[in-house]
Design a protein around this ligand. Structure first.
Ligand code: SAM
Ligand code: SF4
Length: 299
């Protein structure tokens, strides 16, 4: 297994199956149109499975399918059914905005998907519409409950908190998650370099998120699920409630990072791995991945 320059193994792989999305969350994809990848530039399912197989052989234990919005990629369940049986893969999960989950949950579950994370930043329908620019809250809630019905569990809700926008929704989101048996992860608002109008004043820090919750509930810190998990987790002291905070801005966790990303057009990020290794044998691809990971210096 390759270790990077800080002796970190490569354990988690995020695979973007598309760069497109049916939402336009103001903090992520604020503009109407982008310079989308052409169909022939996107990795085919065969290419993704080939690369994923090699990554798993190199020690990757967890694959998360993401995007853009992964469920806008046609027949994603076919990819799931090819990835889920990979020997050595311990976890296959999906991060989605939930809008198409009600129609897809049954097929995804049958294909071997085990878990989903659903992004949901507010339970107020008008605010939800304003934040996503295109989304319908009812569809997302329907998707969440379909995921529960098909046991795509544990289900986690991801909520990005932006000051002046949805910082007053934190307790509602905690109560909703507790009541329905969902975990919730609050994410500090990040500057993702896409003209999302990021200002440091809009970041609601982990400390502030926690203090809003502890004004109502006692919390006990349970730490990071694994040494390298991005979220610091908490349990509500007097009952159910699985809460976490991803403090990418105020407490960056890069030093323990074991994650890499495969972009929709086959680039291996944290570094460059362009065009999905066209014309290379599996062994050569394995060498490229190992070399890139070994040279990783990001702290
Ligand atoms: N479309 C899917 C979704 O929304 O879950 C998957 C892709 S989305 C880019 C993955 C996660 O990144 C979501 O939970 C989203 O809320 C988060 N995200 C996007 N922009 C962000 C930002 N500026 N700061 C913090 N988190 C962000
Ligand atoms: Fe789409 Fe997810 Fe970005 Fe929202 S956060 S615009 S749903 S990719």
């Amino acid at each position: 297994m390759p270790l990077d320059t800080y002796q970190r193994p490569l354990r988690d792989l995020r695979i973007s199956v598309t760069d497109r999305c049916n939402f336009r969350c103001t903090y992520c994809m604020p503009l109407d149109e982008y310079d989308w990848l052409g169909k022939q530039e996107i990795l085919t399912f065969e290419e993704i499975v080939r690369l994923a197989t090699i990554f798993v052989q190199l020690g990757v234990e967890k694959i998360r399918l993401t995007g853009g919005e992964p469920l806008v990629r046609k027949e994603l369940e076919k990819l799931v059914s090819q990835l889920s049986p990979l020997p050595g893969l311990k976890e296959l999960c999906l991060t989605t905005n939930g809008s198409l989950l009600a129609e897809k949950a049954s097929a995804l579950s049958a294909a071997g998907l085990r878990r989903v994370s659903v992004s949901l930043d507010t339970l107020n329908p008008e605010k939800f519409r304003a934040m996503t620019q295109r989304g319908n809250l009812d569809k997302v809630l329907e998707g969440l409950f379909a995921a529960k019905h098909y046991k795509l569990q544990p289900i986690k809700i991801n909520a990005v908190i932006e000051r002046g926008v949805n910082d007053d929704d934190i307790l509602d989101l905690v109560d909703f998650s507790r009541k329905n048996g969902f975990g919730i992860r609050f994410i500090e608002y990040m500057d993702v370099g896409n003209s999302n109008g990021w200002l440091s004043e809009k970041v609601v820090s982990k400390a502030e998120i926690l203090s809003r919750i502890t004004s109502h509930y006692g919390l006990r810190e349970t730490g990071r699920q694994s040494g390298s998990a991005p979220s610091v987790d908490y349990q509500i002291i007097d009952g159910a409630g699985d809460i976490g905070v991803i403090a990418s801005v105020t407490e960056p966790f890069c030093s323990s990072c074991t994650r890499a990303r495969l972009t929709a057009d086959g680039k291996f990020v944290t570094c460059l791995f362009s065009a999905g290794g066209h014309g290379l044998s599996d062994e050569q691809v394995r060498d490229v991945i190992s070399a890139v990971w070994r040279a990783k210096t990001d702290r």
